[in-house]
Design a protein around this ligand. Structure first.
Ligand code: GDP
Ligand code: IMO
Ligand code: MG
Length: 422
């Protein structure tokens, strides 16, 4: 399979977890490279549902090694909870998990600040997951963050944490929020540190040695292209590079070691949180929510829904260098009479075929649609391309052409077997 970067080509929740699980069969190592436990990647094995937040989705296949790379921000208490939660349902996390010693930590003051800043912003809030992601990456960029390597060194951790709690308690006071107890935070995080210590490693050296042994690596992107801090709908984004370049900086593997980029996209569009979504549509949202679909895996919030936006996905191909596409949730459209695809934006008397950088302009864009006739039969039992109804094939081919990448995988249900490899 060689080294593959998998990215979300929309606003997150494209079904990356499911596709990672399918592709992991052929990989040796799965690496998370950015984001934190704001991610929620769902994998079904049989009837059992697993939602992974920090641990790569490859963990569900026993013989694979999973790596949490240097670009991820880790809430140590959250990670221990995730490991223990998996153990309870029979998934062992032992030598098969490595955590980068240089990954930054998310601490309680980050979560608290995330929440306070959202309250202060009022109607302009981002709609974050409140996991402390923005403040943690903020500390990293300001060079005042704590890392895994600090957490597992009790003396250094105590010394650094004292200063951080002191500083952040002043900030929290200014927000009118309750200050944190140094002792409580210290004891809880040190306990988590002891539990995580056996997993902490120099993951850059590990990955390079693995590549020398011709191991195949799968880079599991979190969030999606339009939540990227540079290429997304700023400020309605997350705080990391969710695009393909983030896989290199977040793992220490060079760009020319990567063999291909796969983009995952839904056959329609969803977004959680605030910010522009040009093809948002209440008809498709009501239909999907009515089917019990499109509720967030991390926060349970109802996702906003819209028609497939090919202006956006074509941009995703450009900034990620997407070679291959995995289109998921095709079955979500099975009952529709007419399926719309956004092919342009109308704004200020012009038609654009690209995403404008100014979010206020993007918010004013009116989608230009092309309509496709629905296939109106269930696709959930299709296992080969030729099992799909002709109208579904036409639709999928059009999505790939408009996105300017090659259709490689079609997903017609949440289960492993509901996957068509082209
Ligand atoms: P991720 O964050 O990109 O991993 O996506 P999430 O797991 O947050 O959300 C995707 C949702 O779609 C999950 O509930 C998946 O189980 C589900 N899913 C993925 N592919 C398909 C599909 O082809 N059909 C259906 N019905 N559900 C799917
Ligand atoms: P996965 O990996 C969908 C969104 C939040 C909010 C914005 C900023 O499951 O696709 P943050 O907490 O990161 O500061 O929130 O980004 N967001 C996601 N939306 N899927 C995700 O991850 C997301 N992670 C963050 O809803 O709009
Ligand atoms: Mg998700």
């Amino acid at each position: 399979m060689a080294n593959t970067i998998l990215v979300g080509a929309q606003w997150g929740d494209e079904g990356k977890g499911k596709i990672i699980d399918v592709l992991t069969e052929q990989a040796d190592i799965v690496v998370r490279t950015q984001g934190g436990n704001n991610a929620g990647h769902t994998v079904y094995i049989g009837k059992t549902k697993y939602v992974l937040h920090l641990i790569p989705s490859g963990i569900l296949r026993k013989t694979k090694v999973c790596v949490i790379g240097n670009g991820v921000v880790i809430d140590p208490v959250g990670l221990v909870g995730e490991i223990e939660g998996l153990a309870k349902i029979g998934v062992k996390v032992q030598e098969n998990l490595l955590i980068s010693e240089t990954a930054h930590l998310v601490l309680p003051y980050h979560r608290e600040l995330d929440e306070q800043r959202e309250i202060l912003k009022g109607k302009n809030k981002i709609g974050t997951t409140k996991r402390g992601i923005g403040p943690a990456y903020g500390d990293k960029a300001a060079r005042v963050g704590l890392r895994m390597i600090d957490l597992i060194n009790p003396v250094r951790f105590e010394e650094k944490l004292k200063i951080k709690i002191k500083e952040n308690n002043e900030v929290l006071k200014a927000f009118g929020a309750k200050p944190l107890s140094f002792k409580k935070v210290h004891d809880a995080y040190r306990a988590a540190g002891d539990k995580l210590k056996p997993f902490v490693a120099n993951t850059v050296v590990y990955l390079h040695k693995a590549m020398q042994k011709q191991k195949d690596i799968l880079f599991e992107g979190a969030q999606g292209t339009f939540l990227d801090i540079d290429h997304g709908t700023y400020p309605y984004v997350t705080s990391s590079n969710t695009t393909a370049g983030g896989a290199c900086t977040g793992s220490g593997v060079a760009p020319h070691r990567m063999d291909r980029v796969m983009g995952v996209m839904k056959a329609y569009t969803t977004r959680v949180g605030e910010g522009p979504l040009p093809s948002e549509n209440s008809e498709i949202a009501d239909m999907l929510h009515g089917m019990g679909r499109e509720f967030g895996s991390t926060t349970g919030r109802a996702r906003r829904c819209g028609w497939f936006d090919s202006v956006a996905t074509r941009h995703a191909t450009m900034v990620n260098g997407i070679d291959d596409l995995a289109v998921t949730n095709v079955d979500g459209l099975d009952t529709l009479e007419v399926i719309r695809v956004c092919v342009g934006y109308r704004v200020g008397g012009k038609t654009l075929d690209y995403i404008p950088n100014d979010v206020e302009v993007l918010a004013r864009c009116e989608p230009v649609y092309v309509d496709f006739p629905g296939w109106k039969v269930s696709t959930t039992k299709a296992r080969r391309w030729k099992d799909l109804p002709p109208r579904a094939r036409t639709y999928l081919q059009a999505l790939a052409e408009l996105t300017q990448a090659k259709l490689a995988i079609v997903s017609v249900g949440p289960a492993r077997e509901q996957t068509i490899m082209l």
